[in-house]
Design a protein around this ligand. Structure first.
Ligand code: SDX
Length: 374
């Protein structure tokens, strides 16, 4: 047989470009954002500081942070037009479709859209970062037949997010666990959605188009959609004592177990221990040890049966559930965080662009000809 070129299905193991945004090291299970270990960031800075770090390459000093926070807080509101268009979307649509549409509407209404300077792209990135909590909570509340809660500019990002979601001043422990989740979800090198954003940017399309495409890529259950799918599995299983039998049945039916496995990490996801700590704090806070028992039972059974370890979505799903978010809102929460990483990559791609256009190897029919009629 003819020896064709090697195909790297799913681009597995193929480096396609440099990046200075983050470093994933599967050997040591570590993840660095601009050089800083993500666990250290989660323990000592806010999500706003992480966003600043991803975009500017350095952590902000006090003055820079104050300025940045003021800018972010100034953009939290949602135009009437965006709310009106969200209202037009049927409730049968997944919230990811709503978020994708809302970002598209914001892009279509922004006179700065065609300006691809770094300054303009930073403006757009900060605006999306500031507005996503309003978009996500507007949709969750409309589904619950509740009024929109206006953002508060006396609250930090995560406290305000929870305020807008539930209309109550959130407790510090909950704000902190939520902020940790936002920090851990913010960035992860050339994952499928970030790569999508870079492909779109590489054609010299605009930042909003790249983010809309990335949202589409994140929606799938092999990627960001897994955090919701974890909760659906927990609902199916019910209680810890049912986990092992449920898993055996699911594996026998060749089902993928959501929240487990990773393309890059084979010895565990660097972010899981930090997120699991946050989950445990929420389990204490809401007095729901039963949920942690189920978590452990499924993790243990999966380890025994397949030796496959959890990824970040595994502890994140139940944490958001405990906080009171609807399961279908979990992936939009991931969007709100990852928009920081996406846009950092969009700006990096734009600054050293090459059109991304790989090759394919044809395996269809040999050349043939349209039969002459008559
Ligand atoms: C995220 O890339 C990123 O960085 C993503 C992310 C980010 O921050 O951006 O980390 C976020 O997307 C996390 C992943 C969320 N997805 C899931 O939890 C879905 C369930 N997991 C998988 O389907 C799977 O593990 C992937 C998609 C995450 C990775 O898949 P790969 O690298 O393509 O590996 P594979 O599917 O070829 O699996 C290899 C083997 C297979 O068995 P064999 O055919 O060799 O016998 O492992 C098995 C798989 O069947 N396997 C699983 C499994 N994960 C791998 N079997 C059952 N359940 C699983 N979860």
């Amino acid at each position: 047989a003819e020896q064709g070129p090697v195909i790297y299905k799913g681009l597995a193991g193929v480096p396609v470009d440099y990046t200075a945004v983050s470093k994933v090291n599967p050997e040591t299970n570590s993840l660095l954002y601009r050089g800083y270990p993500v666990q250290e960031l989660a323990a000592s800075v806010t999500f706003e500081e992480v966003a600043y770090l991803l975009w500017y390459g350095e952590l902000p000093d006090d003055t820079q942070l104050a300025e940045f926070e003021e800018r972010e807080r100034g953009h939290r509101g949602l135009d009437h037009e965006v709310k009106r268009i969200i209202d037009e979307i049927p409730l049968t649509a997944h919230p990811m479709d709503v978020v994708r549409t809302a970002v598209s509407v914001i892009g279509a209404s922004d006179p700065q859209t065609p300006d691809d300077s770094r300054e303009a792209n930073l403006d757009k990135a900060i605006r999306l970062f500031a507005k996503l909590p309003s978009i996500v909570t507007y949709d969750q509340r409309r589904r619950r037949e509740l009024e929109f809660v206006e953002p508060r500019d006396d609250l930090g990002y995560s406290a305000n997010f929870l305020w807008q979601a539930f209309g109550e001043a959130p407790e510090f422990a909950v704000v902190n666990a939520f902020d940790v989740s936002m920090i851990l979800y913010a960035e992860h090198s050339f994952n499928a959605s970030t790569f999508t954003a870079r492909v779109i940017t590489s054609t010299l399309s605009d930042l909003y188009s790249a983010v809309v495409g990335a949202i589409g890529a994140l929606k799938g259950p092999l990627h960001g959609g897994a955090n919701e799918a974890v909760m659906h599995a927990f609902d199916e299983i019910g209680t810890a004592d049912a986990a092992a039998a449920w898993l055996d049945d699911a594996l026998a039916h060749k089902r993928k177990i959501m929240g487990f496995g990773h393309r890059v990490y084979k010895h565990g996801d660097s972010r899981v221990p930090t997120m699991r700590d946050a989950l445990e704090r929420m389990v204490e806070h809401y007095d729901r040890r039963d949920l942690l028992e189920l978590y452990v039972a499924l993790e243990t059974a999966m380890g025994e049966r397949k030796g496959i370890l959890p990824n970040l979505d595994y502890p994140a799903g139940p944490t958001y559930h405990l906080m009171g978010f609807d399961t279908i809102t979990f992936t939009p929460l991931f969007v709100a965080s990852r928009v920081t990483g996406w846009t950092a990559h969009i700006m990096e791609q734009a600054a050293s662009n090459a059109l991304i256009r790989p090759l394919s190897v044809y395996n269809g029919p040999e050349e043939r000809h349209v039969p002459v009629k008559g």
